[in-house]
Design a protein around this ligand. Structure first.
Ligand SMILES: Cc1ncc(C[n+]2csc(CCOP(=O)(O)OP(=O)(O)O)c2C)c(N)n1
Ligand SMILES: [Mg+2]
Length: 332
């Protein structure tokens, strides 16, 4: 059990809403654990990058956003997709490459996309989503909506040219975008202090005059609190914000990475800040008991199993549909 949280981190939300966030985090983790199992069964092929350990970041950010806000991200997107509202069924079926998946089975793990919940996709090219995200924010501004774009990327992506160029333009045009860097300590097998002299990536914003914030993201309520400030700043028309959230991935870079580059004991130490355990501890302090946790766990287990069975039983896409989404239909 993690140590008690400091008084300054006592619950803002209270038991019932916090239990809902806990449920979302547990659901994301269980669905990904199921995905890991399906991967070893060779029901999921190709790349598969798990988000396990980082759930508080996506769930806390979702609690700070409105449904109409757009999210765009990289390939480690299962958690963000589900936090934004992609159903476990559509997620899992996409991982299985089935026609019932969120991208009709044509995208797979790195390309979850769901227009209905304004999840504008995972992208496999590191940093590419920053340029696309600036474009999404540009369109939101032109359309005079007050929706905001959250553009997610990793510490490694913060070294990409596309990221710097996107920040420059976003600041120049005061676009409604929050650049969210999840610093999980590694880019594939390279530790953050071996890839960049500056390890707080939010400081990159200073070079273009952008508002910034940086904090640890293991506590879902802290994420919600700090992300609300960033999102509302961008929504007000004041311009973009860059936020670095310090987090940690418990698994390897992808399913094929045994993560031998970690210093001995690091993973065990970081697991003491497991976001799910931290929130459970806080909830117990708020009076939530075993029966309530069990009820949630049972519900989550059913949903994760249902997603797996749904994906397994679904048909493969029709090969005739292979090129359907390469180009927009003419005239559209
Ligand atoms: C343009 C480009 N260069 C390199 C790669 C190979 N690559 C895939 S993931 C990755 C590391 C990115 O790390 P980070 O941005 O920290 O994200 P994380 O995996 O930690 O979520 C690299 C170099 C790629 N996909 N695209
Ligand atoms: Mg990283």
């Amino acid at each position: 059990m993690p140590p008690p949280l400091p008084a300054s981190a006592l619950s803002e939300l209270g038991a019932a809403p916090l239990l809902e966030l806990w449920e979302k985090m547990v659901l994301i983790r269980r669905v990904e654990e199921m995905a890991a199992k399906a991967y070893t069964e060779r029901k999921i092929l190709g790349f598969c990058h798990l988000y396990i350990g980082q759930e508080s970041v996506a769930v806390g950010a979702a609690a700070a956003c409105r449904p109409e806000d757009r999210w765009i991200t990289g390939y480690r997107e299962h958690g963000q997709a589900m936090a934004k509202g992609v159903s476990p069924r559509a997620m899992m079926a996409e991982l299985f490459g089935k026609a019932t998946g969120s991208t009709n089975g044509l995208g797979g793990s790195m390309h979850i996309f769901d227009k209905n919940v304004h999840f504008m996709g995972g992208y496999g090219i590191v940093g590419a989503q920053c340029a696309l995200g600036a474009g999404v924010a540009w369109s939101l501004k032109q359309l005079k909506t007050d929706a905001v774009c959250l553009c997610w990327f990793g510490d490694g992506a913060a070294n990409q040219g596309a990221f710097f160029e996107s920040m420059c333009l976003a600041q120049l045009f005061k676009l409604p975008i929050v650049f969210v860097c999840e610093n999980n300590f590694y880019a594939m097998g390279t530790a953050v202090d071996r890839q960049s002299a500056l390890t707080d990536m939010s400081l990159r914003g200073l070079g273009v005059g952008m508002a910034r914030d940086q904090f640890e993201g293991f506590d879902v309520e802290t994420v919600r609190h700090r992300m609300s400030a960033a999102v509302e700043y961008a929504r007000s028309g004041a311009g973009p914000v860059i936020v670095e959230v310090v987090t940690y991935r418990h698994r390897g870079h992808s399913m094929s990475d045994p993560a031998k580059y970690r210093p001995a004991g690091e993973l065990e130490e970081k697991k003491k800040s497991d976001p799910i355990a931290l929130t459970e501890h806080r909830l117990r302090g708020l009076g939530v008991g075993d029966a309530e946790f069990e009820a949630v766990r049972d519900r989550v287990e059913l949903a994760a199993k249902d997603a797996y069975e749904f994906a397994d039983a679904s048909p493969l896409p029709d090969p005739a549909a292979l090129y359907d989404y390469t180009y927009a239909p003419s005239g559209s």
